[in-house]
Design a protein around this ligand. Structure first.
Ligand code: GUN
Ligand code: ZN
Length: 425
């Protein structure tokens, strides 16, 4: 298959190299796909002559980008997104836990898994890392749905053994046993990866954190995902629950849950020691900007953390986040950057939503960019998808100026076409 359009490829991270020169735009470009992988990238007409038998998807003037990668989502919260008026802890108790209890029914889990995958795909997201609920069947549901679509998906059973409704609580032993069983069944099955998932320190006993730390040590090839320092009330609660811990991160660190393959969602109110340790381990920080404003959590220090060399990915965090769209997520990242004194360049925003998220998921060599050998998860975008965007974009005198109105105002209408593993969706 040969996809024709304006092809965007990153040559380097725009946080390391000048944003303006970090990416190449090939006008009239082409991406050749063979066996689900990108095999050649270059001039569209030349590729067409060289491969006259290829099926051609000519997108006209659409922008061809790597699909978006959402590094932290809660698919079970799809149906309760945009629930009003609460902050983290009462939001969890009022909206989240009651909804997650419904995933006891496999049929409901399958229904929401399909709905969530439909929604993110329509928004140009071709890969994601999601929390499930504490029910093993919620993990089976989303992996089965993703496998049928050929998606690269990361997911894990959300473990909790305290401070949550009884119906959602497992135990330290059950968390270990059920996570291990799911890991052995799903990890490495096609494009699927199992992620060890303690929800966050307040809902796990030290025994459960230990059990999951042990499982991670036994399977260091897996990622581990959790939440860290999202709201100040939450941090005070962690201090009360773990009086001997040096800080929030230490509640993970002292139980074997700090590592380079760890994904720490939010990471807003970090102490200097926490920053240092996360950096030393090369851990992944996951910025969830629409969630941070929606639940009123605080401002992520993108400028400071990227300057210090941290690995950062971008995520919707649905349903704490208020959108399924990585475009909307980039816009919120820009807005929070402005409030924190750092105007992020459009190239930086785009990189975070593609290659940056892929890097924290340790699949930066497989997805998140358009390079021969990488998997063909691609999207075609219309940079003039609405009258408001179009009238601004036509005035642009540079490529990134043309892209920025779509970042700030675009939604699923900007996503013209999606290819997953080289197959048109
Ligand atoms: N902290 C613990 N659980 C959650 C969750 O489901 N969403 C968010 N935003 N934060 C959390
Ligand atoms: Zn979350």
């Amino acid at each position: 298959r040969l996809i024709l359009g304006r092809v965007l490829r990153f040559e380097a991270s725009p946080f390391v190299q000048e944003p303006e020169t970090s990416a190449t735009l090939i006008n009239g470009g082409g991406v050749l796909i063979e066996g689900g992988l990108i095999s050649e990238v270059g001039d569209g007409a030349a590729l067409r002559r060289k491969h006259p038998d290829a099926d051609v998807d000519d997108t006209g003037g659409s922008l061809i980008s790597a699909g978006f990668v959402d590094a932290h989502a809660h698919y079970p919260q799809t149906a309760m997104i945009a629930s009003w008026g609460k902050r983290l802890i009462d939001w969890l108790e009022s909206y989240t836990f009651p909804e997650e209890m419904r995933f006891d029914a496999s049929e409901y889990a399958r229904d929401i898994a399909e709905r969530w995958l439909d929604l993110i795909t329509a928004n140009g997201t071709t890969s994601a890392a999601t929390y499930c609920t504490s029910h093993p069947q919620s993990v089976d549901a989303v992996f089965e749905a993703a496998r049928a679509r050929g998606m690269r998906l990361f997911a894990g059973k959300t473990c909790m053994d305290r401070n949550a409704p009884k119906a959602l609580c497992d135990t330290a032993q059950r968390a270990y046993d059920e996570s291990r069983d799911l890991l052995l069944r799903w990890h490495g099955e096609g494009r699927l990866s199992y992620v060890i998932t303690p929800r966050f320190s307040p809902t796990s006993t030290p025994e459960q954190l230990d059990a999951l730390g042990t499982l991670w040590a036994e399977h260091p090839e897996c990622l581990m995902q959790t939440h860290l320092s999202e709201q100040t009330d939450e941090i005070a609660w962690v201090r009360a629950l773990f009086p001997n811990a040096r800080d929030y991160l230490d509640t993970y660190e002292s139980h074997g849950l700090l590592g380079g393959r760890g994904l720490y969602g939010h990471a807003i109110h970090l102490e200097p020691r926490e920053r240092d340790r996360l950096h030393e381990f090369g851990a992944g920080l996951v910025h969830c900007p629409t969630s941070n404003t929606f639940i009123g959590s605080g401002l992520f220090d993108m400028g400071g953390l990227k300057s210090a060399g941290h690995h950062v990915g971008l995520a919707t965090d649905t349903g704490g986040g208020s959108s399924f769209s990585m475009l909307r997520t980039m816009a919120a990242t820009y807005e929070i950057g402005q409030l924190s004194g750092r105007a992020l360049h459009p190239a930086e925003l785009w990189w975070l939503a593609t290659a940056g998220s892929a890097e924290v998921l340790h699949v930066g060599d497989k997805i998140g960019n358009i390079i021969p050998g990488m998997e063909a998860d691609l999207i075609a975008l219309d940079l003039a998808s609405t009258p408001a965007i179009s009238q601004r974009a036509t005035r642009a005198v540079s490529f990134w100026e043309e892209v920025f109105p779509t970042i700030m105002m675009g939604d699923d209408r900007a996503i013209r076409q999606v290819w997953i593993g080289g197959e048109k969706v």
